[in-house]
Ligand binder design. Structure first.
Ligand code: FES
Length: 79
């Protein structure tokens, strides 16, 4: 089992640019939530999810890492 933790207790609103690759932290260890800062390698966590959007938009990105729709918040932090 990978060493993942909660990275926060609420999603973070992010302004996403079109066609730019983002690395969403899936392990919870990054100090740069909601994005990966490479700490998963040292902590034995899961690697980041690389994603992009076709049109610039604001999105609420998950920090609790319980979402079923990564990288987006699906309300699972309230469970
Ligand atoms: S630091 Fe969490 S996925 Fe890289």
């Amino acid at each position: 089992m990978k060493n993942n933790i909660r990275g926060g207790d609420a999603p973070i609103p992010c302004q996403l640019e079109a066609d730019k690759n983002y690395a969403w932290c899936s392990c919870g260890h990054s100090a740069d939530q909601p994005f990966c800062n490479g700490t998963h390698k040292k902590e034995g966590g899961t690697p980041p999810t690389i994603f992009s959007v076709h049109e610039a938009k604001e999105a609420y990105l998950c920090t609790c890492k319980e979402t079923k729709n990564p990288p987006y918040c699906d309300g699972s932090h309230k469970n």
